[in-house]
Each structure stands twice: as C-alpha cells, then as structure tokens.
Design a protein around this ligand. Structure first.
Ligand SMILES: Cc1cc2nc3c(=O)[nH]c(=O)nc-3n(C[C@H](O)[C@H](O)[C@H](O)COP(=O)(O)OP(=O)(O)OC[C@H]3O[C@@H](n4cnc5c(N)ncnc54)[C@H](O)[C@@H]3O)c2cc1C
Length: 460
C-alpha cells in the first residue's frame, strides 16, 4: 500500500495546499537518502513544512489516520535513516531555513531545522564566531539532520560532535504538542537532559522545528601537513603517538591507497598515488611548534615523507581533497559505507584487520576516516559487473562491524543507525539497552508513527 487515504490528503491540503505533493516523479526523489542500496519504500505524499504549525498539523493528521511520518532534511544521510516507508508522509523540513538569531555576547545561534550547516558557519563567521561541527556534507546537509544524526566531521578530534553544540530544541511530539527543551545559558542542569535525548534520535521521537546552538570564537590560524606512509598500520601508529604525546590537532584524517587513487582520478590534485596511506593533520591555534612536533611523530612512526603546507591556501587544498572522498568513491561503483569507531589505541589493528576482511570476501575496501577519533569509514565497493558482489560486500560489512565491537568500539561513530545498522545496534546495546530504547519510544510515540522501522525494531 503506497497511497494515502483521500480524507487524510484533503485534511493535509486544508492547511498546506500546494505544499502537499503527490506527483509520483517528485515523490521518488524523497524515497531514500544517499544510502541507496538500503531498503526503502515509496512515500504516499511529500509535505514541505514552512512552520512549526505546519508540522503540528501534519503530525496530528498522521496520528488520526495512523500514517507513518518520516522527517527529512537534505537526504544526505548514509544509513537509510530518512528512507520512506510505504505510504508514509515524507515530511521535508528544508523550507524551514531561517536563521532566527545570532547572539554575539551569549555566543548562540537560533535556527530553523532546514538551515544548511554552511549557512550557519558563514553567518557566525561574519560576527567573528564559529559553529565547529563540519560534516563532509556541510555544504548540503541541514542542521535538523545534523542534530537528528548527531553528526560529526573533521573537527571532532578537537571540538567534538554536534551534541556538544545543541543547547536547546523546539520539538513537535507525536501527539502534535510542542516541547521546548534546554536553555540559552552557558550552564544549566535543570531536570533530565531532554535535549540530548532528541539529539541523534533520527526522527523517531519527535520532529525538531527549532534549534539553539552554541557558537565558539573563530580559531587563531590553521596550519596543516600531509604525511605519506608505506603501510596503513604505521599511519595508525602515528595517530596513537600524536594523541599519547598530548597534542591537540584540530584535524587528523586518514585515506588509504584506493581512496587516494580514486580522488586523483576524479580530480587530479597531485596526491601521492603510490602511498599506502596519507595522514592529514592540522592545528588551529597558529602554533607552528605543535605542527612541527606532529611532523616529528609521523616521521618516527615511519612516514616516508611529511609535507607541511606552505600557506592556508595549500592547507585548504589538502582538506578539499579529503572532502572529495565520497563523490570520488561513487565513481568506482555503488558503495556501502561503514562507520565504526574504536578506541584510538586500536586504530592500527582495525586498519590491518579490515584490509584482511576485504581480501577474505574479495571486496574492494577503500578506507577513509577521522583517524584522530578512531572513527573509520571503510567504503565497500559493489562491483556493478559482478552479480554476487553485493552479497559479499554485506558479508564484509558485517565482519567489519563485528571487528569494531570486538575491539571495544561502536557500530556508528557519526552516521547513525538508520535502517542499515539496526541489527548491530541491538548487538551493541544488548537486551536491557534495547528494552530501554523501546520504553522511551513507547512513552513519546505510543502509536509508533514517527519514522517507524529505524534505529531498532518494535516487536509485534
Ligand atoms: C559527501 C557526504 C559526506 C558526509 N560526511 C559526513 C561527516 O563527515 N560526518 C557525518 O556525521 N555525516 C556525514 N555524512 C552523512 C550526512 O550528511 C549526515 O548524516 C547529515 O547529518 C544528514 O543531514 P540531512 O539534512 O541530509 O538529513 P537527512 O539525511 O535528511 O536525515 C537524517 C536523519 O535525520 C532525521 N531528521 C532530519 N531532519 C529532522 C528534523 N527536523 N526533525 C527530526 N528528525 C529529522 C531523518 O528522519 C533521518 O533520520 C556525509 C554524507 C555525504 C553524502
């Protein structure tokens, strides 16, 4: 069943008019996020909300008719978390895209959920402030999506993930009531931390309609380097050495040979195509002594070459290369992106064992990741010409997940659970963790209309 009852559509249109879309071709564009190999259904309609009242109307109508609601930002997710279920209302928040306030003294921004990450960064930058979370998709993903997935990015090694910057929320609950959580103050510990409960909840507990974000002062000046390694394990050892030495890089990223070659083929940038791994590091406190020390540690760990960027423009180019990872990979085939995070001390073992898993299942694995966080994205490349390739990739995907958990890690460092990893979430948190998740869901969304089938299954 993919259609929506006419009476429900009529009720939606009473308030929302043309913002309710049932054109089949348009709806197809709202069926899934970037994880296009993950299962998805077809929406019964798409609704473009422009206000909190619009969202309340949608949720109330959905509740009355028992229609699932799938909140959607920019659909850049990599776990199928925003994928449609058959007959759902795909509730797009992209048109709620206003920056409502930037307060320089209190260092906060208040934004609607459809604001693009880059727009917040740019607006804050004009006032000498900064919004640190910087997912690779920062030019296209929404703050609502970033909050709902608790997105990370390259700066996390120093600045942490999105949740550290979310001070308060306005949320439309499953019954259509509006909950305000959190604060605008620098400190505040009143009651349960409901704000954090909604951060990373992937649209399953409520629809976020306003976000109060903490901002930081702009950084002092960014200095960068690239270290070339003949094997990935040495690159992993360099990361451990940098952290153990008490350094605080603002970026510490790794790319393996498959990825370096893919980027160079996608856009020639003079990358070292024979390197087994490239480690990118940056400091943003303007300290050349700190960068120099990181360079020494890379050399001591086995780097064959360390290239210090001569100026910020060159440093920005290194970063730009890293940001091309996803489009460059997509040219190699369909990809399934893993997102395990392990303790940093286990990074070298993770890199080594992942390579062996790729060999075992005869799958091309391209490694890229936030090495400084121990958060890696093994990209499993599905060979378009090999009908068995997808099956083998999924076996490799599961083996990497198990490896991550065995090393004391987690099944997702930043992309979220979505549809792709819900089995692994259950393994990771165990039956009591799962029961607690279900109890929270039942308390906030007893009829289960909000983004059903994501994060975990509800029995019966
Ligand atoms: C090239 C590329 C690079 C990427 N790099 C990173 C990275 O470095 N770090 C990282 O963490 N991720 C990264 N991602 C993944 C993705 O961009 C993030 O998960 C992002 O936060 C999703 O935002 P979105 O607006 O696209 O949300 P969507 O994909 O549309 O939705 C994501 C989830 O949020 C929910 N949601 C969206 N808006 C709301 C709302 N207002 N209220 C309630 N629920 C809502 C959806 O239901 C879904 O569960 C990358 C993706 C790509 C394509």
């Amino acid at each position: 069943m993919t259609g929506i009852a006419t009476a429900a559509l009529d009720q939606l249109r009473e308030r929302l008019g043309d913002a309710v879309v049932t054109d089949v071709d348009v709806m197809a564009a709202y069926a899934h996020d970037e994880a296009d190999l993950v299962e998805h259904g077809q929406p019964g309609c798409v609704v473009h909300a422009r206000s909190t009242e619009d969202v309340r109307h949608v949720v109330r109508v959905a509740g009355q008719y028992g229609i699932p609601v799938v909140p959607q930002g920019a659909l850049t997710g990599l776990a199928g978390a925003a994928n449609a279920v058959d007959g759902c209302i795909a509730l797009s928040l992209r048109r709620m895209d206003r920056i409502l306030e930037i307060d320089r003294i209190n260092r906060i921004a208040v934004v609607q959920p459809g604001v693009i990450n880059k727009a917040v960064s740019t607006a804050a930058g004009e006032l000498g402030l900064r919004y640190p979370p910087d997912p690779g998709s920062w030019e296209s993903s929404t703050i609502g999506g970033n909050v709902s997935t608790n997105a990370g990015g390259m700066c996390c090694v120093k600045y942490g993930v999105t949740s550290e910057y979310v001070l308060g929320l306005e949320v439309v609950l499953a019954d259509g009531e509006v909950l305000r959580t959190g604060r605008r103050t620098a400190k505040g510990v009143a009651g349960y931390d409901l704000t954090k409960l909604f951060v990373g909840s992937e649209g399953t507990l409520g629809v976020i309609t306003e976000i109060t974000l903490a901002l930081r002062p702009v950084s002092e000046g960014v200095l960068s380097l690239a270290a070339v390694f003949e094997d990935t394990v040495s690159a992993g050892a360099a990361v451990s050495a940098i952290v153990a030495d008490g350094r605080t890089p603002s970026l510490l990223e790794i790319m393996d040979n498959t990825l370096i070659r893919a980027i160079e083929a996608y856009r020639p940038m003079d990358l070292p195509v024979d390197a087994a791994a490239l480690l990118l590091a940056a400091v943003d406190d303007g300290s050349s002594a700190q960068l120099e020390r990181i360079a020494q540690l890379c050399t001591a760990a086995g780097a064959s070459e360390v290239h210090v960027a001569s100026d910020p423009v060159e440093g920005e180019m290194l970063l730009a290369a890293r940001r091309l990872a996803h489009p460059a990979m997509e040219r190699l085939g369909k990809i399934i992106v893993d997102d395990i995070a392990v303790p940093r001390s286990a990074l070298a073992e993770l890199l080594d064992s992942t390579q062996r898993i790729g060999e075992k299942y005869q799958v091309r694995v391209a490694m890229v990741g936030h090495a400084g966080d121990g958060n890696m994205h093994p990209n499993l490349i599905v060979d378009r010409d090999d009908p068995d390739s997808h099956r083998r990739c999924m076996l490799a995907f599961d083996a990497i997940m198990q490896l991550g958990l065995d090393l004391g890690g987690t099944c997702t460092g930043e992309h979220g659970v979505g549809t792709l990893k819900k089995g692994w979430l259950a393994t990771e948190i165990g039956p009591i963790g799962l029961r607690t998740h279900r109890a929270i869901k039942a308390a906030l969304d007893p009829a289960g209309i909000l983004n059903p089938g994501k994060v975990f299954e509800i029995p019966g």
